[in-house]
Design a protein around this ligand. Sequence first.
Ligand SMILES: O=C(O)CCC(=O)C(=O)O
Ligand SMILES: [Fe+2]
Length: 192
Amino acid sequence: MGLQRDLFAPEGQAAALPVPGMLLIEDAIGAAEERALEVRIDAAPLAPFRFGQWRGKRLTANYGSAYDYRRGRVTEAPPLPEWIDSLRARLAPLADRDPHDFGQALLIRYDPGAGIGWHRDRPQYGEVLGLSLSAPAVLRLRRRTEQGFERRSVDLPPRSLYLLSGEARALWEHSIAPMAATRRSVTLRTLR
Ligand SMILES: O=C(O)CCC(=O)C(=O)O
Ligand SMILES: [Fe+2]
């Protein structure tokens, strides 16, 4: 992870990471706000992520728009609550983005043993802005090459914000290994 360390910007500033199009902003929010967000997330109508008959261990709630895996299309979801709207208004400018472009919000709680497998986000969504809370995690990235997979790992400390745009969004898959401690995340996405 030495490469990543060297590329870190001063606190609160965006650092470009080894995967083009990925930014990491450490300490995007403070510890008190993190605790308040944890309470909000735990109070949200979280339900196990479902893919047909398969139930994931992670708990999720969608706002603004959701993806219906059975029908294979974007569906309606409740509007963004006020607290997510104001969070979005604070986070997007840190990544030099317009808050109103991020029409979708996804809350996730990963209890111990839960993670997320290799994937690229649905093509109906554009850029991805993720706030990582509660426990350190490692975002793994990979992309297929002629010789096999090219791989990267990025540390996501609690309270860090990451952006997946460009190549990091379009060409690379990402995953998070099953967590040892509970992690929460807020993912904001633009709608294509
Ligand atoms: O929890 C995260 O930060 C990532 C979630 C994710 O990759 C997804 O829901 O597509
Ligand atoms: Fe994703």
